[in-house]
Design a protein around this ligand. Structure first.
Ligand SMILES: Cc1cc2nc3c(=O)[nH]c(=O)nc-3n(C[C@H](O)[C@H](O)[C@H](O)COP(=O)(O)OP(=O)(O)OC[C@H]3O[C@@H](n4cnc5c(N)ncnc54)[C@H](O)[C@@H]3O)c2cc1C
Length: 497
């Protein structure tokens, strides 16, 4: 596509957020360009290779991709479903196994199976389980009908905005039940004392309805979105970061790239972190009180991850994930490590291990860039990876012969996708921050829209919902309802693809 002529919309960031907005707008015949700072598109979707093996970064598993479920319907609308190679988890066993110091809980597929499993494991919690299941079933309907995107979003009980921990205490859950339910708040990068019940329940429901992981490479997923976008006529400009957003008065004019090239458009969708967006706007473009609110928002805490290659004969792939967890006597989760043992091709398996690691632990290398952080950093990564490997033996037995392929830190994520302090899930959607993050839903400058995981919620599902919400904000509800919402619900778009 000719890039010297003005575009209708410029999108900053080619993660799943930016590319999906690009696809939706292209389907509506907007002339769109996606701008990506990295040489390759895809953001956190894209995996990388070590020793010829594929190492995923930001997509380990996701929910609600079953026929008729919300993520599947959005992918159908985008026209990417048939380009994705995925496998269903939890068909012949659990989706997740939670291993605590003194008990184990298996998370099954299906709301009924979950209710039964909770009932068997926690017979003394009959009443709180009934209360929680009622809420989960209501929210499953809300999610599957895209009620939050409709003209009359559902009115919510105020208790759904309270932190999960306070709610579970209020309905008299036992400590063990609290610790089991607390895990889903970690999927959103929050502790159960911070995570609103609403976000927790929506995330849990989405995985209970059906859980999936990629069968192929993460890069193949990125390419599925890229090719669909390009097939629809979208322009993708990689390797040249957006450096400044050009605005005059309260109107967007375009973008200046780091190379100095100017791109003109009356609308911009920023599918990157909002704090970065503020630094790109001209002084005074945003009301200081809105800017302050956004700059003060806390982000989710960093992660440390190791990729380990194992002999598939002794350690075959498992179709469920394992969480090794510790909780205090009240059931509040203290430590957690996530494991996924997946096929790596041939006679190899890949063990992915992820745990929390705040940015402060890596601050001494803050001013370094990827590949040039020095020996001490490499040693620290190797030390931590070794420790994680040792811990993994408690779950998987002897890992003699295992080889650590690679490890990444919050600095890696920061530099790969420009996320402040390597925050994996962006802004923390905690109960405490709900009113401040509302600043993200208003138009700070005429023609500027937020998308990506910071618009609504993180994860594949949350990010895609945020893309549809951003487009709804741009084109208005009437057009959205006619040209998108009806097709999302009916699946008509998929048949047309
Ligand atoms: C370790 C980890 C594990 C995760 N696991 C899961 C999981 O199992 N399931 C799940 O659903 N979610 C998971 N997530 C979350 C999920 O990956 C994200 O919510 C989602 O991918 C975010 O997509 P995005 O488009 O908002 O952002 P990104 O993928 O970060 O894309 C933003 C893009 O913008 C680009 N960019 C930034 N600044 C500029 C600029 N100035 N100019 C041009 N381009 C720019 C970046 O390079 C990047 O490509 C995980 C995240 C992490 C970090």
């Amino acid at each position: 596509m000719e890039t010297d002529k003005p575009f209708d919309v410029l999108i900053i960031g080619s993660g799943i957020g930016g590319l999906s907005v690009g696809i939706i707008l292209s389907l509506l015949h907007f002339r769109v360009a996606v701008i990506e700072k990295n040489p390759l598109p895809g953001g956190l979707m894209r995996s990388y290779q070590r020793d010829g093996l594929d190492c995923p970064v930001g997509i380990h598993y996701f929910g609600s991709f079953g026929e008729g479920e919300s993520l599947r319907r959005m992918c159908d609308y985008l026209g990417v479903t048939d380009r994705m190679t995925v496998e269903r988890m939890g068909k012949d066993g659990p989706i997740d196994r939670y291993v605590f110091d003194d008990f184990t809980f298996d998370l099954p597929e299906g709301l009924d199976a979950f209710a039964a499993s909770l009932g068997q494991t926690f017979p003394e919690d009959r009443q709180p389980i009934a209360t929680i299941m009622k809420s989960l079933r209501t929210l499953a309907d809300v999610q599957n009908s895209f009620a939050f995107l409709s003209s009359s979003p559902p009115s919510l009980d105020m208790e759904l905005l309270a932190p999960l921990w306070a709610y579970l205490t209020q309905i008299h859950c036992s400590p063990r039940l609290r610790s089991v339910l607390g895990v889903a708040s970690r999927w959103l990068g929050m502790s159960e004392t911070e995570c609103p019940v609403l976000y927790h329940h929506l995330a849990l429901v989405s995985y209970l309805l059906s859980s999936w992981r990629l069968r192929g490479r993460g890069s193949a997923l990125a390419e599925a979105f890229v090719t669909r976008f390009k097939d629809l006529g979208g322009a993708l400009l990689c390797g040249d970061p957006a450096a400044a957003i050009l605005a005059s008065g309260n109107a967007i004019q375009g973008i200046r790239l780091a190379s100095g090239k100017m791109l003109a458009a009356p609308r911009i969708v920023a599918a990157i972190h909002p704090k970065t967006v503020l630094t790109m706007l001209p002084d005074g473009a945003v009301m200081p009180r809105h800017a302050r609110r956004i700059m003060r928002l806390d982000d989710t805490e960093g992660l440390f991850a190791a990729h380990v290659v194992l002999d598939a004969a002794t350690h075959p792939a498992q179709s469920h994930n394992v969480y090794r967890l510790s909780a205090d006597r009240d059931g509040l989760l203290k430590d957690g490590v996530f494991y996924q043992l997946r096929p790596a091709g041939g006679d190899k398996s890949l063990l992915m291990i992820i745990t929390n690691s705040p940015f402060s632990e890596w601050r001494q290398w803050e001013d370094t860039t990827t590949g040039r952080r020095g020996e001490a950093y490499d040693k620290e990564k190797a030390r931590r990876a070794g420790r994680l490997l040792k811990g993994a033996e408690g779950i998987f037995g002897s890992l003699a012969g295992a080889k650590v392929l690679d490890a990444y830190t919050p600095l890696t994520i920061r530099d790969w996708v420009n996320s402040p302090q390597g925050s994996p899930y962006g802004i923390m959607r905690s109960s405490r921050q709900l009113s401040s993050e509302a600043a993200l839903h208003r138009q700070l400058v005429g023609g500027l829209y937020f998308a990506g995981q910071n618009a609504l919620s993180p994860g594949v599902l949350g990010t895609l919902l945020g893309s549809f919400q951003a487009v709804r904000q741009m084109i208005g509800y009437d057009r959205f309802s006619r040209e998108i919402f009806a097709k999302l619900l009916s699946g008509e778009q998929k048949r047309a693809c």
